[in-house]
Ligand binder design. Sequence first.
Ligand code: NAP
Length: 473
Amino acid sequence: MNDAEVLIMAIATINPATGETIKIFSPLTDLQIDEKIRRAEETFRSYRQVSFADRAKWMSQAAQILEMEKEPLGRLMTLEMGKPFKAAAAEALKCAWACRYYVENAERFLAEMEVKGDATRSYIRFQPLGPLLAVMPWNFPFWQVFRFAAPALMAGNVVLLKHASNVPQCALAIEAIFKRAGFPEGIFQTLLIGSEQVSRVIDDPRVRAATLTGSVGAGRAIGGQAGQRIKKTVLELGGSDPFIVMPSADLEEAVKTAVQARVINNGQSCIAAKRFIVAEEAAGPFERRFTELMERLRVGDPMEEKTQIGPLATADQVKIVDEQVSAAVAAGARLLTGGRRLDRPGFYYAPTVLTDIPRETPAYREEIFGPVASLFRVANIDEAIRMANDTVFGLGSSVWTKNAMERARFIDEIEAGMVFVNAMVASDPRLPFGGVKQSGYGRELSEFGIREFVNIKTVWIKEEGQSRRSEIE
Ligand code: NAP
């Protein structure tokens, strides 16, 4: 979606594998939104006092539901956004992992921290902020929500979810999971609203902070509105991750991983490798093998076990990807394979490889959210790093080398929130996730994620008779 553009989309389940509209939902009215916010605030007043043990009991139960019901939940994800069913069921399990990770660690991450100072006692206390708005994308319709909600709820906050308009049934299923897990009514509510209704929620003084995972345009809109109200935000935005291959790399392993890193989730992942930057010496063999493997991918019905790539999530996505590829080709880029919609019902796009891409084309400058790889050749590591950083984004990066000096330079010099060496970028509840530059700010997951939406309260206690050294500030 273009910057600052608010496309008003119907809230509906449309099967991307067939194009068929399955179910349409009416957006909430202003009055209904107000009632949900009222309930969130009321619930927060009691929920903030609930013990970690109780929160952990309910969160474990949520994890168990996700594990037991991974297949029906996976089918729902596939129906609404088209990812291969196997990956969808695995997504439900990954959500359970995040829930259990915070069950085990939240209390420790938010334990009071004693600080030695001039006081009789001084310490830091972490307290929840209140109702939080989460605006989420469709690409990992469960994972994006759980990786935010598990720590937020364990910290004692309550959540209002505005999910992407094309995954309303996933949104409702997530709300139902928390309810069935035993959490109090109102700690997690889905707002079936369009993007044009989001500002109303941000403006409401009862909503204390907001998080968005989505495009740069949505980030500008939400970050800007929250800024006007002096509300904290975490923004997880787009990426155009580099995948750099140096001559010392294990080429076959690098190529196989490269293909997987590009087409994961039908090519629609923020941390998918999007720009393949290969040292001249390895470029020829890399290009040939990579193209061969892309051509061999099995595209088809995402419900079928053998399918490796399903459809894109929406008709708009196919149009955007097709326009980006066509513009690159018109400007002189070379197609090694693909470059077209597939002639079948649904929103399918052929696995595509582009090379010789001019710098001023959308394929060079923008994120391509589909199974389209851009290949670049570089003379040396200096050029590789320069090209890797020649983007407005800074989310992840994957570098392939056996050379210790090169490895150290990549880790130090790549402008990204994450550098993976000899592996593809992946999220993990134990490690912080997030970016720099226009990929956003703030972090999810790990100890850092749970501390994003808490009041880091300084407590300073002076007992009688004690004098204080510094009274400044
Ligand atoms: P999107 O259009 O920005 O939508 C994401 C969410 O924001 C949806 O709920 C959408 O609602 C809402 N939204 C869009 N514009 C808005 C506005 N102006 N005001 C308020 N809400 C707004 O993103 P997308 O195209 O669906 O998702 C793909 C993007 O997300 C890619 O750029 C991808 O890289 C990024 N992403 C980032 C991460 C990360 O962790 N960094 C992870 C996954 C995806 P509607 O559906 O109603 O429009």
